[in-house]
Design a protein around this ligand. Structure first.
Ligand code: PMV
Length: 328
């Protein structure tokens, strides 16, 4: 009763921020993402009578506290569905430094879901896997699929899952450079952040705009329209951060280096030097979208910004998959 899976992280083009049902992570709005190459989690799960307790290792270290509880709660959900009560050993490895502030919960819970379900021989569709992954981490629901993915919010557990809108070979001209910004403070978890929007007076305005952004971004993906994609993805990130900043307490995920990158992007675009667009999640790093032909130019410009520690170039990546190689 052992299986391994890999899943990649994703970057939202239209962001999920706020939940209708925090318990099971039904979101307040639908979202669209691109699954990314390179940023990947590999997870092995084994259920056995030999284990008296669930044992969770991330990057070789046994984890406890909140991180362990999230994994154990997720295993409990899957065990309950199967009617299984064996304890499990979980070992998970990210091929990127967790400390760099790159989201690991999306790839992490997608890989955990896929490996645990396979280990229990549950034989579920991607739709079912996406619903289960969602309960571990909202953004994980999208990492079940590769390429371009839409998470339809739905209004209940059964209606809230992700579907692929275009595969990873589509829009092959699109690149994203992740600018890693030196962090100076610890971020507030996104789980906490999501819970703050319900009292935010600007949230309804964001939802109305997001509704339009969803149809524009979906059309832009299908039409491979870079300018449209960049424009609406960027404004959706800005409205999410406006909501974050106006929460109580205010959430500033940006660092001075983030602002420097954003202002440079706006300058390059407005001066006609380079067409690129930004997006930012619940952390200081910036994803910058460009066309393939502009990648080297963009990379060298970003590297000149002192606060940019490094850049990682990513493309549309694969969905979660079972792998032969076990971690133990
Ligand atoms: O899945 P969570 O709880 O880490 O929330 C992710 C929220 C954002 O990354 C900010 C936006 C998104 O849609 O991925």
């Amino acid at each position: 009763m052992k299986a391994s899976a890999k899943a990649n992280s994703n970057i939202a083009l239209v962001k999920y921020w706020g939940k209708l049902d925090p318990e099971i992570r039904v979101p307040a709005n639908s979202s669209i993402s691109m699954t990314k190459t390179k940023l990947e989690t590999h997870t092995t799960v084994e259920f056995s009578d030999d284990y008296e307790e669930d044992l969770v290792k991330i990057d070789g270290e046994e984890v406890n506290g909140r991180s362990r509880k999230r994994v154990v709660d997720h295993l409990d959900r899957i065990r309950e569905m199967k009617g299984e009560d064996k304890k499990a050993k979980v070992s998970s490895k990210n091929n990127f430094p967790t400390a760099a502030g790159l989201a690991s919960s999306a790839s992490g819970f997608a890989a955990l879901t896929m490996a645990a379900v396979e280990a229990l021989e549950m034989n579920l569709s991607k739709k079912e896997l996406s619903k289960i992954a969602r309960m571990g981490s909202g953004s994980a629901t999208r990492s079940i699929h590769g390429g371009f993915v839409k998470w339809n919010m739905g209004g209940s557990h059964d209606e809230s899952y992700a579907e692929q809108i275009a595969d990873r070979d589509h829009f092959s001209d699109l690149r994203a450079l992740v600018a890693i910004i030196k962090e100076t403070s610890k971020e507030v978890s996104s789980t906490k952040g999501h819970s703050l929007v319900k009292d935010n007076p600007f949230f309804d305005a964001r939802l109305a705009q997001t509704h339009e952004d969803l149809s524009k971004v979906e059309a832009a993906v299908k039409e491979e329209d870079f300018t449209k994609l960049g424009k609406y993805a960027e404004r959706n990130a800005i409205s999410m951060h406006a909501t974050m900043i106006t929460s109580e307490p205010p959430l500033f995920y940006m660092e001075p280096g983030t602002i420097k990158v954003i202002k440079s992007i706006l300058n390059w675009r407005q001066s006609g030097e380079l067409e690129c667009y930004f997006t930012e999640d619940a952390g200081p790093n910036v994803h910058v979208f460009c066309r393939e032909k502009d990648m080297e130019n963009l990379k060298s410009r970003l590297k000149e910004i002192e606060e940019v520690e490094k850049t990682i170039t990513v493309e549309p990546g694969p969905g979660a998959r079972i792998v032969e190689k076990d971690l133990f």
